[in-house]
Write a protein that binds this ligand. Structure first.
Ligand code: PGA
Ligand code: ZN
Length: 426
């Protein structure tokens, strides 16, 4: 039973306003949730409400979303008893009434949903990850962290077109060792960049943002850093995952601009194939733009039996869009972001659609984050086996990795990693 629901306007990691939602239950349990926010967003994402009042935060304020939580949503849920957090999510979806949460604001709705799941877990006396696993009917697993150590695209001021270059310690024996590998390679990468005269300033997700243009040059740095740190580049040690976020560098004529060259979808797919032959890249997210579905079919046919082909902007954690993609053989994996769809319940629905279709999933942060670590519990509870939360640096990124370490430490019986890796991409 909800006794009090309250939102406030706080800051995210990019100094932009976002919401903190506090929920108090009748038995005196009090929880809090912070709302994330993206920069390279998909056009079909649930709609974040911004005030547009230029005299405050350049129009980015979220007072209207805050007012919706404290007014209409609090009015509808306070004093009511919900059998589960999923029931409360359904009430929120109904109250908003739009398919995209545009009336109350996806940022308002997701804050309440995250708080509700945390509160229900506390009422049930379970850690959040265990409550999620029980609700979803999944087998809890500690995920392989994917550390975004070089930032480009919409996340950095350099001229690098690909947005994310991630370290994936697939060969690590356990979660703490995976974190150690990420941190050690990150440190080696920093020295290498500095030695060769590149800046080691950080992008939005804590990765370095050097003035490198060609993705292949970045990949060379990564492989060297992995070796410097004493690990084996590849799936037995530390592999690499890419998120080019290709919607961001697609030209109006449909071609993709990479390091000054304009490439058709097929030429870009050739480039990816070459990259996977030369470098230990095991996963490519948003390799093509969100509206290039025909290109995605060809990309999946060409590389989908060797590597993970993951959809982010194209799927926006939407179970309906993912179902359509399954039917058209688009991708073999989905990135999962709670605020893209707006509630935890719909997020778990999207993950179920993936599981039923044999699509892998990776739980993800946003480039704008708070210290909230909900996604660490979501990744463990859903059993999906992989998470990305930026570099092993910056407090809002580390909060998630440290929560994973805490869960691993308290639950030595939990399995770690990607049990399906060999079957999918042998
Ligand atoms: P965003 O980027 O949070 O800025 O949308 C993350 C991603 O593209 O995966
Ligand atoms: Zn992405």
């Amino acid at each position: 039973k909800i006794d009090r629901l309250h939102a406030a306007e706080i800051l995210d990691s990019r100094a932009r306003p976002t919401l903190a939602v506090t929920l108090t239950t009748a038995d005196g349990i009090r929880v809090r949730a912070g709302v994330p926010s993206g920069a390279s967003t998909g056009t079909r994402e649930a709609v974040e409400l911004r005030d547009g009042d230029r005299t405050r935060y350049g129009g980015q304020g979220v007072r209207s979303a805050v007012a919706h939580v404290n007014g209409e949503i609090a009015g509808a849920v306070t004093g009511r008893t919900f059998a589960s957090a999923a029931d409360l999510d359904r009430a929120l979806i109904e109250l908003d009434g739009t398919g995209t949460k545009s009336r109350l604001g996806a940022n308002a709705v997701v804050g309440v949903s995250l708080a509700a799941w945390r509160a229900e877990a506390a009422v049930a006396g379970l850690p959040l990850w265990q409550y999620i696993a029980r609700a979803a009917g999944t087998r809890p697993t500690l995920p392989v962290p994917h550390f975004n150590v070089v930032n480009g695209g919409a996340h950095a001021a350099n001229s690098l077109d690909f947005q994310e270059f991630m370290l994936a310690p697939l060969g690590a024996p356990d979660l703490p060792e995976a974190v150690r590998a990420g941190a050690e390679v990150y440190a080696r990468l920093k020295s290498r960049l500095a030695t060769e005269g590149y800046t080691t300033g950080l992008g939005d997700e804590g990765g370095f943002a050097p003035a490198l243009d060609d993705p292949e040059n970045v990949l060379r740095f990564l492989v060297d850093a992995i070796t410097d740190a004493g690990y084996t580049p590849g799936r037995d040690g530390v592999a690499i995952a890419l998120d080019p976020a290709a919607s961001e560098f697609r030209e109006p004529d449909g071609r993709y601009r990479v390091a000054g060259e304009a490439l058709t979808s097929d030429r870009l797919i050739d480039r990816y194939e070459e990259i996977t032959e030369r470098f230990p890249v095991w996963s490519i997210e948003d390799g093509l733009a969100e509206d290039d579905w025909d290109g995605w079919v060809r990309l999946t046919a060409r590389l989908g039996d060797r590597i993970q082909i993951m959809g982010d902007d194209i799927f926006v954690t939407n179970p309906v869009i993912i179902s359509e993609a399954v039917g058209r053989k688009v991708a073999n994996s989905a990135l999962i972001k709670v605020n893209q769809i707006g509630t935890v319940t719909e997020t778990l629905d999207a993950m179920r659609v993936c599981r039923d279709a044999g699509y892998t999933q990776m739980v993800s942060h946003r480039s704008g984050e708070t210290e909230d670590s909900f996604i660490a519990d979501l990744a463990v509870g859903s059993g999906c086996g992989q998470i990305k939360s930026g570099a092993p640096a910056r407090g809002e990124r580390i909060a998630k990795y440290n929560r994973l370490i805490e869960i691993a430490d308290e639950n030595p019986e939990l399995p770690f990693g990607l049990p399906w890796l060999d079957a999918r991409t042998a």
